[in-house]
Design a binder for this molecule. Structure first.
Ligand SMILES: NC(=O)c1ccc[n+]([C@@H]2O[C@H](COP(=O)([O-])OP(=O)(O)OC[C@H]3O[C@@H](n4cnc5c(N)ncnc54)[C@H](O)[C@@H]3O)[C@@H](O)[C@H]2O)c1
Length: 315
């Protein structure tokens, strides 16, 4: 039987591991490539015995020679704590990683998807953000290695599309959460849950009135698969995220209530360049992909809290 051969870079990370699982479930052969910078083999441990799954330790800043039909390029640390630890390497991963995976896609004529980010909009003056908004990014700030790295990766994708007729897809992913997030990545959902479960104070940066929209991982993976399966005339960029907005203060209260924690909520100064509001306009994804998120925040949080509870009790 013919099986689609799919490469997932960053496949041992949070999103990548869920994507690998879904691809295997739909009958594809999956090659998961990762340098284990933020991802771990534990995230794919349940897949290691699968006959159509393979993990390869590899850094995407170096070329890769494999035969595949589709490429999902997810390799890149995604949380500010991780991507700011070695900012030069972050830019290299985003930019050289794009060049290397695009080069591979060109050689083997594979379709290729970029996991881009809402951070390409920077600290936006337009709400909600539509794909034609060009963003307000600080080129020299501490977040620039990630934001500008991803912007350059998008540029490379579109140049390969125009210059070499590559079949590209660009997904601009907004805040996504769920099981297998890194417990110490400092992202707001994992942070609040871990603090609540450990009985530590819950740290809200700013006054808690800044808003975010949170997409559950299963919904996001549906969106990525739908985008890859769309017609080749649809390249994106397309926003994938949940448009329902919550304030950070509301999220903190929900987490406290859901975990039954006695943690108090404390307030600390906002980090540099932290956006006040982030909300995707997903009209394009609805229209072109027939996609929209289905999992409400409460439901996704229950599964995420259960994951972190297990993680703490296994430690
Ligand atoms: N989770 C989100 O909310 C979100 C939002 C926007 C964009 N994204 C994008 O989605 C992708 C996956 O994010 P995630 O949340 O799963 O993050 P993650 O940190 O859990 O996963 C990233 C994976 O890439 C690997 N990696 C990093 N540098 C690498 C390199 N040079 N070579 C090979 N592997 C490397 C890491 O080890 C890790 O397994 C990233 O590209 C990120 O920018 C995620």
């Amino acid at each position: 039987m013919w099986r689609k051969r799919v490469l997932v870079t960053g496949g041992c990370g949070f999103l990548g591991s869920h994507l690998c699982e879904r691809l295997l479930g739909s009958g594809s052969e999956v090659l998961c490539v990762d340098n284990f910078y933020t991802g771990t083999k534990d995230n794919v441990i349940q897949l290691l015995d699968h006959p159509h799954f393979e993990v390869m330790r590899h850094d995407v800043t170096f070329p890769l020679y494999v035969e595949v039909d589709e490429i999902y390029n997810l390799a890149c640390p995604a949380s500010p704590i991780h991507y700011q630890r070695d900012p030069v390497q972050t830019t290299k991963t985003a930019v050289h990683g794009a060049i290397n995976t695009l080069g591979l896609a060109k050689r083997v004529k594979a379709k290729i998807l970029l996991a881009s980010t809402s951070e390409v909009y920077g600290d936006p003056e337009v709400h909600p953000q539509t794909e034609d908004y060009r963003g307000r990014v600080n080129t020299i700030g501490p977040r620039a290695c990630y934001d500008e790295g991803k912007r350059c990766a998008e540029t490379l994708f579109f140049d390969y599309y125009r210059q070499h007729n590559l079949r590209i897809r660009v997904a601009r992913i907004f805040n996504t959460y769920g099981p297998r997030m890194h417990p110490d990545d400092g992202r707001v959902v994992s942070n609040f849950i871990m603090q609540a479960l450990r009985g530590e104070p819950i740290t809200v940066f700013g006054d808690g009135s800044q808003t975010r929209s949170f997409c559950y991982v299963d919904d996001l993976v549906d969106g990525m698969l739908g985008l890859m399966a769309a017609g080749d005339d649809f390249t994106g960029p397309v926003n994938l995220g949940n448009p329902v907005e919550f304030t950070i203060g509301e999220l903190a209260e929900k987490v406290v209530a859901m975990t039954g924690s006695k943690s108090e909520i404390i307030f600390e100064p906002l980090p540099e360049d932290d956006p006040m509001q982030r909300q995707p306009d997903i009209s394009l994804a609805r229209r072109e992909l027939g996609w929209e998120p289905k999992v409400p925040l409460e439901e996704g949080l229950v599964k995420t809290v259960a994951y972190f509870r297990d993680l703490i009790s296994a430690a």
